[in-house]
Design a binder for this molecule. Sequence first.
Ligand code: ZN
Length: 159
Amino acid sequence: MNAVNIQNKDELRDLYRELILDHSRSPRHFGKLADATHTAEGINPLCGDKLRLYLRLDENAVIADVSFEGSGCAISVASASLLTDIVIGTTVDTAQDYVQAVTRHLTAAKPAELEPIDLGKIRALDGVREFPARVKCATLAWQALSSAIQQQATPVTTE
Ligand code: ZN
C-alpha cells in the first residue's frame, strides 16, 4: 500500500471501509486448497458465518500456501481474506502471534497503542470494536487459523 497522508479520522474510516468492501467482494485466496496439509472449520452461529481454512505447511513450518472457502457477512469474509494475505509465507509461530494480537486488539476494552506485531491492514477491522456482535465475525477466521495449525478435528465456534 502507498504511504497515505491521513488528514483526519473520517478519511481513515473511509479508507478502511473501502478495504473491507474490496476484500469482501473479491476475496483473496478463495477456494479449496487441493494439497492442504492442515484445515479447520469456523462457525459463527450468531451471524451465520461459516468458513473453512486450508493451510499447506512446508517442512520448516512455514505457511507455503493458504486459502479459505465458505460464506458469511462482509466482515467475516474480508477478515479471512486479509488473513490469507498476511500469513502466507510466515511461520506458524508468527501466524499464532497474529492470532493473539488480532484477538487482543479487537476484544480489549482499550486497545494497546503498540502491539508487538504490526497489524497493518488488519486495522481496517477496527470499526467492529464498536459492535461487540461483529467482533465474532472478525475473529472467526483467526480462530480457525489457530485451530488448523493445532490440527484440531472439531470445528471451532464462536459460541
Ligand atoms: Zn458475520
